[in-house]
Design a protein around this ligand. Sequence first.
Ligand SMILES: *Cc1c(COP(=O)(O)O)cnc(C)c1O
Length: 473
Amino acid sequence: MRYCSTRGDAPVLGFDEVLLTGLASDGGLYLPEAWPHFSAADLDELAGLPYPELAARIMRPFVVGSVVAERFDLLVAEAYAGFEHAAVTPLKQLDARLWLLELFHGPTLAFKDVALQLLGLLFDAILSARGQRLTIVGATSGDTGSAAIEACRDRAHVEIFMLHPKGRTSEVQRRQMTTVQAANVHNIAIEGSFDDCQDLVKALFNDRGFRAELPLSAVNSINWARVMAQIVYYFAAGLALGAIGPGGRRPLAFVVPTGNFGNVFAGYAAKRMGLPIETLVVASNANDILARFFETGALAMETVVPTLSPSMDIQVSSNFERLLFEAADRDGALVRSLLDRFREARRVELGEQLWQAIRSDFQGFRLDDAGTLAEMALRRQESGELIDPHSAVGTAAARSLELDRRLPVVALGTAHPAKFPDAVEKATGERPPLPPRLADLYERPERFEVLPADTEVLKAHIRSRSALAGAAA
Ligand SMILES: *Cc1c(COP(=O)(O)O)cnc(C)c1O
């Protein structure tokens, strides 16, 4: 499979290059040159497969030419062996027609594990085959950091430096990062904000001299391989509910709590590949740029407000660019000009044609914090389930939107309630316990350095701690 950029002006690459590169050289995002398509007969053959085998079948077309199938299948099996549930992403029924797709049974209790556990193994395998090693540097306000660290820990060909703003992540989130005891994992608490952390990471990536000393990479949400791995659970839900498989061809709806648009774009990809999805609901919190877009056809940036669902506190959803490219019939020049205008004016009208094209697959929904708390309380009352504030934004959408009554609705459960215990307790009066394997999280020793928000200090620190810088010297 070959991949092209959404801005049409970067080299076409194979899967392994796309994995290691992340962003395209023209500033665009990579997408497969053509979507693989599963016929009804292909879909029938997926029935009853365990998750890792289903995952391998769905993803194989995307890695052809870069990873041989037998090797890939083993990596996929290893990636999902560490999940706590035999179904990997089980479905739990919440009411007559609503199912919660629980994506939080991985090591850090959030859906990002589903993609990142595989990504860490793929990075390591491809680097090993090339005889290369890489240093991953990232900034996190909470969630992504721990998932990336768990993905990279103990891998021979990568080391990871993760920056978080000192004292500004929740204690669960900090401990999930700082209690990982692995020689290739380096946590740094920066005396500053999340923006300071991001600026530091950007400064490193823009520093050619430093990158010549130490090859850097990122595992951020624009990486195609993350979207790829997320396509699988849409098919898994479709099979479980009889949307596909022998005798089945019954459309269904998905509701997706959305931030960077990666997860919901994976649903769109599943639809392009043959899963009968009637509609994809993009559920937002008070940071509702996408909900406003579905209403008006304009993307208009506002300032980010903090909410109870912090992983969705985003105004510019980077993966939306992938959808724009598809809706614009893959016109990279048009995508570039629209996004340039958006960046300059902080607002752009997409025009009737693009707007309607997007609305034929998606609809928007927004919910503020008060609504989120009310939804969490109501689900507890109705079904006995504690759900996290991100997932609650989605289940509320399923409750209040007028979706065809005959459609089964699947809401994506993006985090375990114990990951956001304060919000859950505020809504329901109950504090969700950590699952057994994390029960001693508060007793585990922490390991991190505290540094000022200073690029030179950070560079010196990384040089002194990096096994790879040592090897190069
Ligand atoms: C990252 C995240 C989201 C948003 O997912 P995107 O792919 O960025 O849209 C939603 N909920 C939780 C818990 C997350 O960690």
